[in-house]
Ligand binder design. Sequence first.
Ligand code: AMP
Ligand code: SF4
Length: 475
Amino acid sequence: MLAEIRGLNEECGVFGIWGNPNAAHLSYYGLHALQHRGQEGAGIVVSDGKHLRAVKGEGLVNDVFNEEKLRSIVGDRAIAHARYSTDGGVSGIEGVQPLLFHSSTGSLSIAQNGNIVNASHLKQYLERQGSIFHTSSDAEVLAHLIKKSTHSPFRAKVKNALTLLKGAYSLLILTKDEMLVARDPHGLRPLSLGRLGDSYVVASETCAFDLIGAEYIREVEPGELVVIDNNGMTSEKFADVTKRAMCTMEYVYLARPDSNIDGINVHMARKRMGKRLARECAHIEADVVTGVPDSSISAAIGFAEESGIPYELGLIKNRYVGRTFIQPTQELRERGVKMKLSPVVQVVKGKRVVMVDDSIVRGTTSRRIVTMLKEAGAAEVHVVISSPPMTDPCYYGIDTSTHEELIASSNTVEEIREKIGADSLTFLSVEGTVDSIGREYEDDNGGLCMACFTKDYPTEIFPDTILPHEKELLR
Ligand code: AMP
Ligand code: SF4
């Protein structure tokens, strides 16, 4: 049940381009830059203005595409998706996006990042009205809502459908005539707009623009629907923004350090988190600081700079093993952590080590690393975490697990310290996290979602009814 509520479109990266004869190849490069957001599958749908054609597959971008396949999808407009899904999701090729739907009124393709919290209710409602679903993906629910709408033109149908969705979504919709780009009214997941010569580009992260040489224009605003066609770009609001809530975990862990989110560079934000952490635990005496590669290196550098304790390469990552979370069972996850990281004995032997990591979810990584460092001869291991204790699950498309699995949901900091075997354990405070990210929005929390640390969810999380005015929209 929880898996169903939490949805199936975990993390993920989306990319779109309009008005470029190399749309397929540029999408492929864009997906490469977004590979860290999803390694389970990838797809590109291209249009030549007449037809929509897809190439999709399971695995890494490089496993899915080759020159021949890219040449088979000719056109000047495309949307693309890199997929990450947990064991709660639809596995296999069926769930790989962009989804492509054909009907007598034309074809439609959707690529989505995020999770729609009322998708299962909308789906049940649509099923009662006769819709049949092929996958359990949120994108398919959206396709049915669009198709069902009696509004006209197409963008009005999309707008109508979007007003029914609750939760987090950054999405791209492609038809033969236009590309529509939308972001949920809280702006939970990132989405940026750019230009490459005369072409428009859209991506989950700005690092995709850098890789293809595109220029950043601006963020897609929360509650904004952007429509790009051969006449250019237009924009309209489909919802009022009551509370901005950009995902804090994007800054902490998910996004690539060279990306900028709302104009804030992710590496610099992480470095500030490390610096602040050093001030918040100034009592720790240590000989070396080391970070867990790759996501914690920026925070570890910040910690070292502020504390004056030298930064060292205490842990090495084997680059050819995927992210820890991709292995579905706890046993496999533990084996994965072991395969992924090795200590540099010469650096840690006999030393008091500060080990910086970005987050503790289940506690597996920290426990294994502390054991590893101690086995390598570390005299003391002080674990410092550049985010607050994660006490609650995410319902917006990030795999942070259920209450039962979240170690901070039922343990105090001291209990966690004991469980992971560290000599001390410090988490960055909530205020420290907000200040370090440094967003200038007027809200107390800088327009951030911090629900997995504070329980302050920006939307309803268990919407169990479809309201009468929403039924009207569904007619
Ligand atoms: P755990 O071992 O369960 O405590 O997970 C903590 C580790 O997972 C940290 O080293 C993080 O870098 C990483 N991490 C945090 N959030 C996520 C996520 N949503 N998906 C994958 N890995 C994550
Ligand atoms: Fe991000 Fe946590 Fe909010 Fe989920 S609950 S969107 S992981 S900050």
